[in-house]
Design a protein around this ligand. Sequence first.
Ligand SMILES: NC(=O)c1ccc[n+]([C@@H]2O[C@H](COP(=O)([O-])OP(=O)(O)OC[C@H]3O[C@@H](n4cnc5c(N)ncnc54)[C@H](OP(=O)(O)O)[C@@H]3O)[C@@H](O)[C@H]2O)c1
Length: 290
Amino acid sequence: MEKAKIHTQGPTFSRIVAGAWRWHTVSAETVERLALAALEEGITSFDHADIYGDHGNEEIFGRVLDRNPGLRNKIELITKCDIKFPSAKRPDTRVHHYDTSKEHIIWSVENSLKKFRTNHINLLLIHRPDPLMDPQKVSEAFVQLNKEGKVLHFGVSNFTPSQFRMLQKHMPFPLVTNQIEISLSRIDPLFNGDLDLMLEFGVSPMAWSPLGGGTLPVNERTMFSMAGKYNASYTQMAIAWLLRHPAKIFPVIGTTQPERIKEAAKSIDIQLDRQDWFEMLKWVMGKELP
Ligand SMILES: NC(=O)c1ccc[n+]([C@@H]2O[C@H](COP(=O)([O-])OP(=O)(O)OC[C@H]3O[C@@H](n4cnc5c(N)ncnc54)[C@H](OP(=O)(O)O)[C@@H]3O)[C@@H](O)[C@H]2O)c1
């Protein structure tokens, strides 16, 4: 699988990204097999967050990196910060909330670096828009982390177009992505301006839960006729449907099964015809287009 620029000015990530949200539900050995299976398919970008697995998944991955010398240089690490929730591991947090203060962003990255056992993160995302966000402070944190070589690139997640535009105004460098929920189960971004903004800024979105978290709506007839035509599985068709969009969406797949990661990687080879793309859209809309 080729790597692709996520922003017109770079950097590059694998067009399909492996997401670590569910990785605490399987053994450490399976996580290692997943990572190596992904790499074999050219999936080199791994999406984490400080909070995944109750603040534990970055550490699990850090042990994989430790056991596989050389692996760190072959991959891109993505992680996130700003969500805080009550946990035995965070005794000071009373209330589920967001924290984009300069101090927290820097502390969170330094903590992630320790857990990953690495000296840099390729891409840091603000996980959720924080109503108390001071964009100048976020910018200061990003600039400091970048100067120190701790984070190479920055982006956001779940931001509305106006939130993205506003934060970008305060940044000395481009925000390279907005990671949002897009799939055949959630088609709003096609129509609500999310993808328009990405095209306007030359930024590619990442799609979280690209298979609707495993609960895609199934229309047996459309699914089987499409899958048969393309000699592909339903999963591959759902990912190919995202890849076909001109905003150059980077799907973040969340499977915990190495063979499914390999299956998903093959979607990159499917060239979905325009009319078939619309037929799949019609099937999830449940009606004809106007
Ligand atoms: N930025 C955010 O706010 C945000 C929010 C949520 C997620 N994310 C990111 O997005 C990633 C993906 O989210 P997700 O896990 O909900 O994505 P997903 O790929 O839509 O769903 C994965 C789930 O679907 C199941 N599944 C069922 N059939 C499958 C098949 N044939 N192939 C693959 N999976 C199948 C998987 O089970 P098995 O494991 O048994 O295969 C797994 O439970 C996360 O890991 C995380 O990195 C970001």
